[in-house]
Design a protein around this ligand. Sequence first.
Ligand SMILES: Nc1nc2c(ncn2[C@@H]2O[C@H](COP(=O)(O)OP(=O)(O)OP(=O)(O)O)[C@@H](O)[C@H]2O)c(=O)[nH]1
Ligand SMILES: [Mg+2]
Length: 266
Amino acid sequence: MSVRISAMSVLPPVRKDRVIAQLPQCYRKEAALHTKEEFNNKVKTACQEQRTGTVGFKISKVIVVGDLAVGKTCLINRFCKDAFDKNYKATIGVDFEMERFEVLGVPFSLQLWDTAGQERFKCIASTYYRGAQVVIIVFDVNDVASLGHVRQWLEDALKENDPTAVQLFLVGTKKDLSSPAQYSQIEQDALKIAQEITAEYWAVSSLTGENVNEFFFRVASLAFETNVLAELEKSGTRQIGEVVKINSTSNNLYTTSKKKQPNCCQ
Ligand SMILES: Nc1nc2c(ncn2[C@@H]2O[C@H](COP(=O)(O)OP(=O)(O)OP(=O)(O)O)[C@@H](O)[C@H]2O)c(=O)[nH]1
Ligand SMILES: [Mg+2]
């Protein structure tokens, strides 16, 4: 497909450690968006046959929300810069990072929006919530109150988005600071909340890096899978990447364009 080749030649190649060839597994089967071991077959075939349409050009918007100082910025910095700062510097409004991946041979990008948890910056931050395909709600596994505020963060994030089109993750941070006994206690509550709000649950440490890459790879993979499936659905019987024949009896294009677009990407 000529368009794809030209786009790939403009962009620098994706980093070797951002190449995803297998579906990364969930953290807890009890609270996962799905528990399949491999990428969806339709998705695999579409990628092999280069029938992924516009997915290769897409940038999925991911918003990261949660109480102040739970570790949102550190989580993003550990993944994007492999860095950790032990000093707290509040995020004012928002920051964002771009991460490029290659999933099943197809380029795919995440735009990670790091938002402020502090009340006084919240209204600035919330203006950036719109158009998110993924919402990551962060809490501190050593701070029960931050877990208690998860539903409020969810409500705020969903006010700006189509709840049916959003993939939700619940992430407990600072795992390095909790003892196994303390951790397993809060995990019970977190799993319950994750199930109730249909979120996938993860626990990480940005200090040690535990599960940070695994988590973001999982986010990229599930967002990618959803995008390809939406693209396949949109194309219906029409083959993505093929020339669409338009003639007087064909209203194929119009029916396609009337369909609801997935609420992702800007
Ligand atoms: N031990 C440990 N400390 C962490 C971890 N993640 C973050 N911290 C510390 O927690 C504090 C707050 O981290 P931030 O990432 O700035 O928190 P935030 O959620 O971005 O805060 P706001 O921007 O105000 O919303 C900092 O002092 C970090 O060093 C972790 O995994 N382990
Ligand atoms: Mg921050």
